[in-house]
Design a protein around this ligand. Structure first.
Ligand code: AP5
Ligand code: MG
Length: 217
């Protein structure tokens, strides 16, 4: 069984790789960021609260995140494995997740840290475009769609995330360094942490992740 966590700074390629991993292994891709964006789009109370933090590049408070993440993990499709993208993001979230899984006789099996040089992250995020309809990811320079502003996969409209501005990205990177990076030490101790070079082409990053997961299907 694969219960995997994808770690890495904003722009590391977590979402890009998560789509591929989830397809290959047939496990649900759970992105807390995506769940929040859906709430914002639907105008829920939770979305309104989360949006205040996200627009500033701050973390949504642990209590809200844990409620949302645990509810999602209790859905039936997670019984045969799951992939977490962007959760946990604080040591407190990680220890609560461990307790939650332990109570259900489950545990995290793999933690993959995608490492990318700092200078690349800003360029990747400022140029990112996302499909409003199917969430496919593009980049205006390195992965442009065939027709500008239109998704190759579904023909949907591409948009720029409201937190992909230079000032907000700057803060997201600082928040990552101070609050999320300590998770590397947390998972190092468990012996499940693997570092992957995320500076490479997406296909090569994917190959290396598959190799790290090994034959634990
Ligand atoms: P979230 O949506 O998780 O954003 P993030 O962690 O900042 O990461 P990104 O989605 O920006 O980057 P990514 O690593 O997925 O990269 P991608 O594949 O898109 O969270 C957003 C916000 O929600 C947070 O700031 C916070 O406020 C809140 N939140 C979420 N979870 C939370 C939690 N657990 N606790 C508290 N708050 C939480 O790639 C980026 C770009 O690079 C794309 O253009 C892509 O095409 C390109 N690219 C990808 N891979 C490559 C490659 N190998 N080579 C070249 N280009 C590449
Ligand atoms: Mg993402």
């Amino acid at each position: 069984m694969i219960n995997l966590i994808l770690l890495g700074p904003p722009g590391a390629g977590k979402g890009t790789q998560a789509t591929r991993i989830s397809q290959k292994y047939g496990i649900p891709h759970i992105s807390t960021g995506e769940i929040f964006r859906r709430h914002i789009k639907e105008g829920t109370e939770f979305g309104k609260e989360a949006q205040e933090y996200m627009n500033k590049g701050e973390l949504v408070p642990d209590s809200l995140v844990l409620k949302i993440a645990e509810a999602r993990l209790m859905e039936d499709d997670c019984l045969e494995g799951f992939l977490l993208d962007g959760f946990p993001r604080t040591v407190n979230q990680a220890s609560n997740l461990d307790i939650f899984l332990d109570e259900r006789n489950h545990s995290i099996t793999h933690v993959i840290d995608i490492d990318v040089d700092k200078e690349l992250l800003m360029t990747r995020l400022i140029g990112r475009r996302v499909c409003r309809n199917c969430n496919a990811n593009y980049h205006v320079i390195t992965m442009p769609p065939e027709k500008e502003g239109i998704c190759d996969v579904c023909g949907g409209e591409l948009y720029q995330r409201s937190d992909d501005t230079a000032a907000t990205v700057e803060n997201r990177l600082e928040v990552y360094n101070s609050l999320t990076k300590p998770l590397l030490e947390y998972y190092e101790k468990s012996g499940k942490l693997v570092h992957i070079d995320g500076n490479l082409e997406p296909d090569d990053v994917f190959k290396n992740i598959i190799a790290a997961i090994g034959d634990s299907e």
